[in-house]
Design a binder for this molecule. Sequence first.
Ligand code: DX5
Ligand code: ZN
Length: 221
Amino acid sequence: MNDALIAPSILSADFARLGEEVDNVLAAGADMVHFDVMDNHYVPNLTIGPMVCEALRKHGVTAPIDVHLMVKPVDDLIRMFIDAGADYITFHPEASDHIDRSLQLIRDAGLKAGLVFNPATPLHYMDYVQDKLDMILLMSVNPGFGGQSFIPGTLDKLREARRKIDASGRNIRLEVDGGVKADNIGEIAAAGADTFVAGSAIFKQDDYRQVIDEMRKRIAQ
Ligand code: DX5
Ligand code: ZN
């Protein structure tokens, strides 16, 4: 299995001081930046777009940026995020008319591509595109807002996704997003996740390093 990566979601950061927040969380030991893009159409909320991603790069952020698209359609924004300096781009299969084509668009640009599964979205969307996947992201809340509670049924789904990834023989990251905290990250890791998004659990604490260290300790247990 891959090394564990902790990806703070900047959705819960102080947007008025975004550059500083990202610098601080990376200095506190985060591995990459989870960047939530919402369009008030696919999900009932509106956040940030490619200009903000580009601004973080200009600010000097060199860590991987993990762009989670909660938008419909996806292809135009995929192109814009490629130009804006993203490293990973994931999208929800229901939001693309041509899933294979959207994945290919990302990979042709040399970025890492992934599909995101809502709590009720079946995993079989991955079956015929495994060779184009670098990541699978399981939502453990319904997308649109930070600070929601982890849906426990995600643990079984993680185990199923882990089996499918292992059976594929490919190096595909298994990311989980929503309600991840130091208290539950151990069982989430045990269910097979290797990439952990956490928004409110990190940014709502004063000491980012302390939370991230605690999360790593629980993952390793
Ligand atoms: C929800 C977003 C998440 C969110 C997670 O739609 O995709 O990345 O920020 O926030 P927490 O960790 O607070 O549940
Ligand atoms: Zn997200």
